[in-house]
Design a protein. Structure first.
Length: 192
């Protein structure tokens, strides 16, 4: 089979899930198409780790929430997509897809650390796709090159409010979990 033929092939959900189980590698699944997940840069991983660590500490006092890192898959039933955000928060217990018991279907808050290769998708189409999940209330896009977070909060089913927080001295208030996130801590060992 040529690489062009392999690229054009459509996979079933079962085939996709079997490939992930067999290889142990992460892939995004888009309605029959499988895309390998590229490795992230050191700054990207530091930012994602810092977010995870800060929220983990916050949730010690708010046990109703749970945070998962970049290995946590989300399933978007409307589109038949499986994607991996950089961090995802659920309220109460994670609910999972019937086909894949490790794919969450009830995210509350999703973080994406922007990279040059995925910035346009994360800030556009992927955000629209995430909105198909009724539990999804807040989206945070995190820049790597400057201390800046772009926050989107769902006020009504089809009404989103956006805001930006910039500067290491600032805190970003996350409405979905009623907690603040220090940008200085988010960018620890990345920006001074």
């Amino acid at each position: 089979m040529t690489s062009l033929a392999a690229a054009a092939r459509k996979y079933t959900v079962a085939e996709y899930l079997e490939i992930e189980r067999r290889t142990g590698e992460k892939h995004a699944y888009y309605n029959g198409t499988i895309e390998p997940k590229a490795g992230a840069s050191i700054p990207h991983n530091r930012i994602a780790g810092n977010i995870f660590g800060e929220l983990y500490n916050i949730f010690k006092d708010k046990p109703v929430f749970e945070i998962f890192g970049s290995d946590q898959k989300i399933y978007l039933p409307k589109f038949r997509y499986y994607v991996y955000p950089d961090a995802v928060v659920v309220a109460e217990e994670p609910l999972v897809a019937e086909e894949e018991t490790s794919a969450i279907i009830n995210p509350l808050l999703i973080f994406e650390v922007l990279s040059p290769s995925a910035e346009k998708y994360d800030g556009g189409q992927k955000f629209i796709e995430y909105q198909s999940l009724p539990t999804f209330k807040e989206y945070v896009l995190v820049r790597q090159d400057v201390p800046e977070l772009m926050l989107f909060f769902r006020e009504e089913p089809d009404v989103w409010r956006s805001s930006e927080v910039a500067g290491l001295e600032k805190d970003a208030y996350l409405r979905s979990i009623e907690a603040s996130l220090s940008l200085r801590k988010v960018y620890h060992k990345v920006l001074s």
